[in-house]
Design a protein around this ligand. Structure first.
Ligand SMILES: NC(=O)c1ccc[n+]([C@@H]2O[C@H](COP(=O)([O-])OP(=O)(O)OC[C@H]3O[C@@H](n4cnc5c(N)ncnc54)[C@H](O)[C@@H]3O)[C@@H](O)[C@H]2O)c1
Length: 315
């Protein structure tokens, strides 16, 4: 197949490009590099089945016939979507619209990368797909949460009204090589701080929980969902829950760092708990994650060491 990956120069998108090439497809990656990096695709320079185009998908585009459209384009970390709030709303609305129109035009399937943020600060725990969420529609995080909720609504509308074959994944915190070092996400923050000898910043008492999925597990789940007949949103994430404090300690252990832990006030609307119920993915296509936090951190360590050194040189 010829497949399009929007947001393919980002962390997850670039791993998805690798996986799709690995399955023998021709991959057309489009990205406007607002938060992604061409470096993430450097290893594909000589790959004849890979094309890269700089394109803002919030503007209309047409690169000819494709059989599958994967929409992974959006600033994704709180640091990025707070900085690019309007662009985040645009890519979640116009961007998703253009991707769906593109899929409709060529009779292609469509895959939407949505997020656990659709559940907001959840009152149901763990989060099951049938839970509608608890989102502040006007808070600082709303630029991202509501953009993704709109993307989901639009995707369902193209399924219902235009019969586009669509799929929606709700991705929970994912980490691994190519995660940006300065994006403020928990793992990248802790890794960077531990490797540079800074104190690790824990918000509040650090008793809020998160679950972390290693990137290869996430991509495997995404590919299985993409090949399934399921149209409704499906959680893909690791259900093993850690408090932020436990996670900070694990990072200190894996990096062997002597850094300390410092506490800062909780940001507004910071979810207290986040953990996927993955029984649907297990039941539908037998997926569950294999790599647990400690192993995933070890697998990511080399990347973070190099990335932190590169950032220091750049400074
Ligand atoms: N990493 C996670 O833990 C996580 C969790 C939930 C959801 N997601 C979703 O997965 C997708 C990928 O996230 P990521 O972690 O790889 O983030 P990322 O920032 O590394 O990648 C996003 C990519 O989209 C590109 N992009 C943004 N706006 C664009 C536009 N208008 N036109 C073209 N390209 C554009 C960026 O340049 C970047 O390369 C996002 O949609 C995100 O919401 C990620």
């Amino acid at each position: 197949m010829r497949v399009l990956v929007a947001g393919g120069a980002g962390f997850l998108g670039s791993h998805l490009c690798d996986a799709l090439l690995g399955e023998g497809h021709n991959v057309l990656c489009v990205d406007n590099l607002i938060t992604g990096r061409e470096d993430n695709l450097a290893h594909l320079t000589n790959e004849s089945r890979f094309e890269f185009k700089i394109q803002d998908i919030s503007q209309p585009f047409d690169f000819g016939k494709v059989e599958y459209v994967y929409n992974f384009a959006s600033p994704a970390s709180p640091v990025d979507y707070m900085e690019h709030g309007v662009e985040t709303l645009q890519v979640g609305s116009f961007g998703t619209f253009h991707c769906l129109e593109y899929a409709k035009k060529y009779g292609a399937k469509f895959f939407m990368a949505s997020t656990s943020e659709c559940y907001g600060d959840p009152e149901v725990h763990p989060q099951v797909e049938t839970y509608w969420g608890h989102v502040n529609p006007i808070g600082p995080r709303s630029v991202y949460d509501e953009a993704k909720r709109f993307s989901e609504a639009l995707t369902m509308a193209y399924l219902r009204y235009h019969k586009v074959d669509t799929h929606i994944v709700r991705i929970f915190n994912t980490y691994g090589p190519r995660l940006q070092v300065n994006d403020g996400r928990v793992i990248s923050n802790f890794m960077k701080q531990a490797l540079t000898g800074e104190d690790l910043t824990v918000y509040g008492e650090g008793q809020q929980t998160r679950s972390f999925c290693y990137v290869s597990d996430e991509i495997e789940g995404i590919l299985r969902l993409a090949k399934s007949d399921e149209h409704l949103p499906t959680n893909i994430g690791n259900p093993n829950e850690f408090t932020i404090l436990e996670c900070a300690k694990k990072v200190l252990e894996v990096t062997g760092s002597k850094s300390k832990i410092k506490h800062e006030p909780l940001p507004q609307d910071d979810p207290k708990q986040r953990r996927p119920d993955i029984s649907k993915a297990k039941r539908l296509f037998g997926w569950e994650p294999k790599i647990q936090l400690e192993e995933g951190l070890k697998l990511s360590l080399e990347y973070f060491k190099k990335a932190v050194a590169r950032t220091a040189v750049a400074k």
